[in-house]
Design a protein around this ligand. Sequence first.
Ligand code: APR
Length: 259
Amino acid sequence: MAGEIEKVAEWIVCSKRIVVFTGAGLSTESGIPDFRSPGGVWDRYNPEDFDFQRFLASERSREKYWQMATEMYEPMKKAKPNLGHLAIAELERLGKLDCVITQNVDGLHLKAGNSPEKVIELHGTALSVMCLHCRKRYDRDEIQERLRSGLGAPTCDDCGGPLKPATVSFGQAMPEKETAEAFLRASLAELLIVIGSSLVVQPAASVPVAAKQNRAKLVIINRDPTPCDRIADAIIRGPAGSSMAAIVEEVKKRIAQEA
Ligand code: APR
C-alpha cells in the first residue's frame, strides 16, 4: 500500500484541479455508522421507512421518521472530524483542493475547517431542518428540543407545513444547484479521490465516472470493493482516515523538497 500512497501523493503534487468525493465510510472513524457495512444503518432500519413519499403520506409516518432520525442524529451531534476530514482540510490549505463533494450529511468537512464554498453537500445536511411548504429553515437542535418535549412530528411556525431534516431522502429530488456543480467540477478535475463510499447510490455514484470520462485520474480509498474499482487508476484498500493522512503527509514532504 505504501507504493499507492506515494503514487497518489505524486499525482496530487502534479495536479491543479483535485476533487475529493466522500461517503459515510469517511465518518465511521468519527463514530457515525455507515449504511451498508455489517451493523450499518440499513442493517437496523428499513430504508423504505425513510422514503420521501412515505414521509408525506401521513402524520404517523412522519412521527416514525422523526423518531428514527433523532436516533441517527445523536452520534452526529457528538462527532468530531477524524484524521481523514482533517487531511482533506489540509489539502485545501495547501492549495490542492478544488472542492470536496460529499454524500454525508454530518457537516464534518465544515467542522474540520474546509471553506463552505469548497464543500458541496449532495445529500443536504442533518444539521438544519426545513419546512417542505415554505422552505423556512430551523436549527436542528431547536427542533430536537421540541421533539424531546413530546412533539410527534414538528410543523412550521409560519405556515404549518411539515418540517423535515434538510437531507435528501430516497425518492426526494436532489438539490439542483449542488448536483449540477458536482458534475461540472468532476468533469473538469484532473484527479478525483473517492473516500469511503460503496458507490451504489445514484446519481452521486456517477460523479466519479464523470471525472474518469473526462480524462481525470481516479483514486478509490475504501475498505470494500466498489463498482468503480475496474476504472480506478489506484485503489487503497484500507482505513480512510490514516490512508488520507499518510497521503497528505507525503504531499507536504514533496512540496517542501521542491521549495
Ligand atoms: N475506512 C475505509 N472505508 C470504510 C470505512 C473506513 N473506516 N468504514 C466504512 N468504509 C467503507 C465501506 O466498505 C463501504 O463500502 O465505506 C463504504 C460506505 O458505503 P455506504 O455505507 O454505502 O455509504 P455511502 O456510499 O456514503 O452511501 C451513499 O446511500 O443510503 C444512502 O444517502 C445515503 O449518502 C448515503 C448514500
